[in-house]
Every structure is written in C-alpha cells, then in structure tokens.
Design a protein around this ligand. Structure first.
Ligand SMILES: NC(=O)c1ccc[n+]([C@@H]2O[C@H](COP(=O)([O-])OP(=O)(O)OC[C@H]3O[C@@H](n4cnc5c(N)ncnc54)[C@H](OP(=O)(O)O)[C@@H]3O)[C@@H](O)[C@H]2O)c1
Length: 283
C-alpha cells in the first residue's frame, strides 16, 4: 500500500530538479502523475523515466505564465486520469543575481509571470475542481525570501513572499471547505537553479561562500520529496494553512557534522559543480 494510492497529482515544473524528485516519490507511493514544464521534449523524457520505473504518468507542456495553458493542463489531467486530487505549484525561476537596478523590466516580469501569476492560475484551476468535491490538496512552493528581504535576489525573494502570503490567505478564506492549502519550503536543494545561474558583473564576490553553503546544507531532490509525500497524504487530511518545511536544524547540524568529519579526516571537499555566468548589467 502506498501513501498516495488512487490519487492523481499534477506537478508544474516537474521535468527536473525538485519537481521531478517529488513526481518520482509520488509515483512510488502509488499516485498517477501529470508531468509538465515548458519543454515538450523534457516532458516526454520525464514521463518515459517515470513509466520505466513502473509509475503511471502522462505529460503536457505547459508554461505556467500562460493562463490558458494552465487551464489546459488541468483539463488534460482529468481527461487522462478522471480527476485531480493534488495540485503542486512547483515551477519557478529567478533573475540573475545582482542589484535590482541592474536587470531589465523584462527579466523582472518573467519572474512575476511564472512565480506569482503561475501560482495564481494553478491555484485557481485546482480550487475550481477541489471546492465542489470538498477535497483535494493544493501545495504552493515558497523559497528564499518568503520570510523577509533578500538583497541581490529581490525579484525572486519578493515573489516567494507573495506566494507565502497568498497561500495563507487562501487557506483562511477556504478553511472548513475540506481542501488542504499549504506552503511548502524545500530547504536548499542541489538543482540547476542553484548550480547554473547568472551573476551581474562585479557581484561575483558576494557568492564566494555559496559553494561551501551548497556543500554543507544542500540536499538532493529526493529529500524534500519525502516531506512532499507527507504533505499530500492522508496525514494532512482536515488540516490547512500549514507551512511544510523540509529544512530543519537537524539538516543543518548533520551538514555541519559531515563537514567537521571531513576536515578532521582531511578528506577533499566534494562540492557540487557550480556554473556562474557573469553578465553585464542590462538596466
Ligand atoms: N533549489 C532550491 O534550493 C530551492 C529552494 C527553495 C525553493 N525552490 C523552489 O522550488 C521550485 C523548483 O526549483 P528547482 O530548484 O527544482 O528548479 P529547476 O531545477 O530550475 O527546475 C525548475 C522546473 O520548473 C520548470 N519551469 C520553469 N519555468 C517554468 C514555467 N514558466 N512554466 C512551467 N515550468 C517552468 C523547469 O522546466 P522548463 O525550464 O523546461 O520549463 C523545471 O522543470 C521553484 O519554485 C524554486 O523557486 C528551490
């Protein structure tokens, strides 16, 4: 018996990184999965990977910044598996790392359209299906900045603060509806988002310790996926408005202990490769 037997889950941005890790964990727990991202080739690849591992999966390319594509994704899930029980707004992106005035309005808007409007559109189509059934789990991904300002990552951090507040308000509005509405914080996870990114020229020095932070605190996507299974399972039935956090003092302590042991035994550091590309300011 899996924790998600008989459930249908839609995860946005699930072709790699945390979204794919969650999709794989949900499939192992018996859920039927709808995979999506902007790239049709990546969607096909992820669906194939899940099916080869014995999971049930279908996929559709969907840019969450486009309302009609998010609507089509929800319809596709119902056509494929007859219903939707879990909707995970996971897709997200960021601007180059650097001062707010050094990136363009287009870059800022890309983050707003994906991280903010994408979560709004996804929440809307999920609740349209969940509220009449008085059941369902809507899970929205927060990230660095949801609790306060993060200089040099302003667009991203502010978008996550928006998601946090938006989700809590939704949970309060629909408390007692039978629908669980949660924020999910994965902690620091080693994915493309943290290993391949742009930095505005002249600000590289601010990230000097970042590789060590990733080495010590970073986890693989299967780690937050465990908490994501719990979030979507019957363990949260009757609950709403939770912040489900995969980062804990235990994670930090374990990372620091591993690093201390490494230093004591004089083993070389195994830091994930981080590709920072320096780009000129555009604004
Ligand atoms: N990694 C971390 O340490 C960390 C920490 C806290 C929160 N988060 C959050 O967790 C989520 C996943 O991050 P990640 O680290 O797994 O990132 P990632 O490795 O860059 O993966 C992002 C996924 O989202 C998709 N995507 C991006 N923009 C999209 C759009 N407009 N519409 C649909 N799909 C889109 C990507 O595919 P395509 O590019 O093919 O569309 C990809 O599948 C994000 O919301 C991020 O903010 C990450």
């Amino acid at each position: 018996m899996g924790a998600l037997d008989g459930k249908v889950a839609v995860i946005t941005g699930s072709t790699r990184g945390i979204g794919l890790g969650i999709a794989e964990a949900y499939a192992r727990e018996g859920a039927e999965l709808v995979i999506s991202s902007r790239s049709p080739a990546a969607v096909n690849e992820a669906v194939k990977r899940l099916r080869e591992a014995g999971g049930k999966a279908a996929g559709l390319a969907c840019d969450v910044a486009q309302q009609e594509q998010v609507s089509a994704l929800a319809d596709f899930a119902v056509q494929s598996f007859g219903k939707v029980d879990i909707w995970f707004n996971n897709a997200g992106l960021e601007t180059a790392y650097g001062p707010t005035m050094s990136y363009s309005a287009e870059d800022f808007n890309r983050v707003v359209q994906t991280n903010i409007m994408g979560v709004y559109y996804g929440s809307q189509v999920a609740l349209q299906r969940f509220l009449p059934r008085r059941a369902g789990k809507l899970i929205n991904m927060v990230g660095r900045g949801y609790q306060g300002p993060v200089p040099y990552q302003n667009a991203y951090a502010a978008s996550k603060a928006w998601v946090f507040s938006f989700t809590r308000s939704l949970a309060q509005e629909y408390a007692g509806s039978g629908v669980g509405i949660f924020n999910f914080s994965p902690g620091l996870v080693v994915t493309d988002m943290v290993t391949r990114f742009d930095v505005i020229e002249g600000h590289e020095h601010r990230l000097k310790v970042f590789p060590a932070v990733v080495r010590i605190l970073g986890r693989k996507p299967d780690y937050p996926a465990l908490k994501a299974v719990w979030a979507a399972s019957s363990a949260t039935d009757g609950k709403t408005g939770l912040l489900i956090n995969s980062f804990s003092y235990r994670v930090a302590l374990e990372g620091l202990m591993r690093e201390a042991m490494r230093l004591l035994t004089r083993r070389p550091a195994e830091t994930p490769e981080i590709h920072m590309r320096s780009i000129p300011p555009v604004a």
